[in-house]
Design a protein around this ligand. Sequence first.
Ligand SMILES: Nc1ncnc2c1ncn2[C@@H]1O[C@H](COP(=O)(O)OP(=O)(O)OP(=O)(O)O)[C@@H](O)[C@H]1O
Ligand SMILES: [Mg+2]
Length: 199
Amino acid sequence: MMNWKPQETSLISRQEDSPANIINFHTNEDATGGFLNKRGDSPANTINFHTNEDTAGGFVKFVSISPEETFNTGLSLAALLIPGSVVALKGDLGSGKTMLAKGIIKGLGINENITSPTYTIISEYQHSPALYHIDVYRLNNDKDFEDIGGPEIINSGGISIIEWSERIPNSIPANAITISLEITGHSTRKIVINGIKSL
Ligand SMILES: Nc1ncnc2c1ncn2[C@@H]1O[C@H](COP(=O)(O)OP(=O)(O)OP(=O)(O)O)[C@@H](O)[C@H]1O
Ligand SMILES: [Mg+2]
């Protein structure tokens, strides 16, 4: 397998010279995607997504081979988020949700120590727009989320990252970017990103 080189390539980017509606995914060789369009001049490991498809939205699927790669996925994803974006993370304990969230938060320019909000449920970071890191592991369902004012928070125009989003399925907006992480080995995680159209 090709070595992942986070310093040299960012996983997700909008190229200066590409139309606004194209996002490039630079992936390791195991990646596949939906609605992909490989340009003649693009490297074999680049997938170009046309994000204005009037369909359910494209996806990209790849295997992260290290915690750093998962962190870097978040780092590069951050550049594409806009006010109101909701990133819904799902996957088992230890699948890498917090690792990915830390990458997004760092990528948004937050330098303070990022901790897991499992006990506080919602952490807010100083950022414009407002930035919320939410972990609903300790909630049972959508009703619990409503009781703590969750829907108002994620619909307030800020950027929200939600771990254990599968616990509150009805509270996740239809245009959310959903990312599922699956443990496939000691240091490998299958990552599927959906809702790319809304990036
Ligand atoms: N490819 C990988 N991507 C992400 N994490 C990995 C990978 N390989 C190994 N790991 C390890 O898996 C763990 C992921 O922990 P993390 O806290 O991010 O998971 P989580 O999904 O947030 O779990 P929880 O549900 O308990 O909050 C870390 O210890 C990390 O080092
Ligand atoms: Mg976590």
